[in-house]
Design a protein around this ligand. Structure first.
Ligand code: HPA
Ligand code: ZN
Length: 332
């Protein structure tokens, strides 16, 4: 089954590009940009990746991103991720980026977007991997900062398909960003939001109602509200679930307790994703393997995650048909 999973066509819908910064590249960029890291070695960095909740991860993740200064740095980061996609047979990916993590350090929005976008274009041509880009607002910052970020995105509407919401969920409910999301929707952006990761199921309700999201990032705490689960099933509202992330950040204590396979079997449109693979111990194949290890599945069930992700993706019907055919070909 390992070979089947490795070669299975995959579609990733929940991936923070800043979360793909491997310690090796962190050191390389620090050296190139003449910065001193607070770590003496690569193994010291990896040893620091012991998290007890979302915030303990975010603190180290924002610190790591400080080595990213120039357009070439954002290109190199993104290209390294896309090469990993090729190894895992990821055929389409929808990438999040956090502009505010960089603009607060004086890096221009254009530098960030242009570097990432150039790598995504190269991957489409050279690796046959298609993609979309989603800009996230940091929810621990205020509404005004989100409005400013949305204004900066106006020159890049050709590159950005949607807006999302990430960072600390507790204390920063969806309601805080209702007005920014309303404007983003009016401007033609699709909307998604992290909800029901550390926060309660009511955050999922709120994000659906107030932010008009078309898919829920994480959303695993929906299980605390049976009516909500029925609603997600009925309306085919997708969840972008990140199994290894959920274990690393103690959303579930062990993979055997994770609800993803149960939700898939109930008919919910759940997908498997890697979130911040450099920090959480694995890319797409690793996430599939970890879930399968704790909850053995048939090959049809494993492939269902790809079909769900194709359905949930932000691409044309024609492109979806093509990805479904590639997956079907692999199965037959
Ligand atoms: N949750 C919230 N914010 C994040 C995450 C996450 O899993 N990853 C990167 N930013
Ligand atoms: Zn995430």
């Amino acid at each position: 089954m390992k070979e089947f999973i490795q070669s299975l066509p995959k579609v990733e819908l929940h991936l923070h590009i800043e979360g793909t910064l491997e310690p090796e590249l962190m050191f390389k960029l620090a050296e190139r940009n003449k910065l001193t890291l607070p770590f003496a070695s690569i193994s010291e960095v990896r040893n620091a990746y012991n998290f007890h909740n979302l915030q303990s991860f975010l603190d180290i993740y924002y610190q790591g991103a400080e080595v990213l200064l120039h357009e070439q740095d954002f290109f190199d980061l993104t290209w390294a991720y896309l090469l990993r996609c090729r190894e895992d047979n990821v055929i389409h990916t929808e990438v999040f980026f956090d502009p505010q993590t960089h603009t607060v350090r004086g890096i221009s929005f254009d530098v960030v977007v242009n570097g990432i976008h150039r790598a995504l274009c190269k991957a489409e041509k050279e690796l046959n991997i298609t993609s979309q880009l989603i800009m996230c607002f940091l929810r621990h910052l205020d509404e005004e900062a989100a409005f400013e970020t949305l204004a900066s995105a106006q020159h890049h509407k050709d590159k950005i398909i949607g807006v999302g919401l990430d960072s600390s969920e507790l204390g920063h409910p969806p309601e805080k960003f209702e007005r920014v999301f309303k404007l983003a929707l009016e401007q033609g952006f699709l909307t998604v939001a992290h909800a029901g990761e550390e926060g309660p199921a009511s955050n999922i309700h709120e994000a659906l109602e107030l932010l008009k999201i078309t898919r829920v990032d994480h959303g695993v705490r929906c299980s605390e509200d049976e009516m909500l689960v029925e609603h997600l099933i009925d309306k085919r509202i997708p969840l972008t679930v990140c199994p290894l992330s959920n274990i690393k950040l103690k959303v579930f204590q062990e993979m055997s307790e994770h609800n993803i396979v149960n939700l898939m079997r109930k008919g919910l449109c759940v997908t498997i994703n890697s979130d911040d693979p450099a920090y959480f111990g694995g890319y797409m194949t690793d996430n599939f393997l970890a879930v399968h290890d704790a909850h053995p599945m048939t090959s049809a069930e494993l492939a269902q995650f790809t079909f769900n992700a194709i359905e949930a993706s932000f691409i044309s019907e024609q492109a979806k048909t093509k990805l479904r055919a590639m997956t079907q070909d692999y199965l037959s």
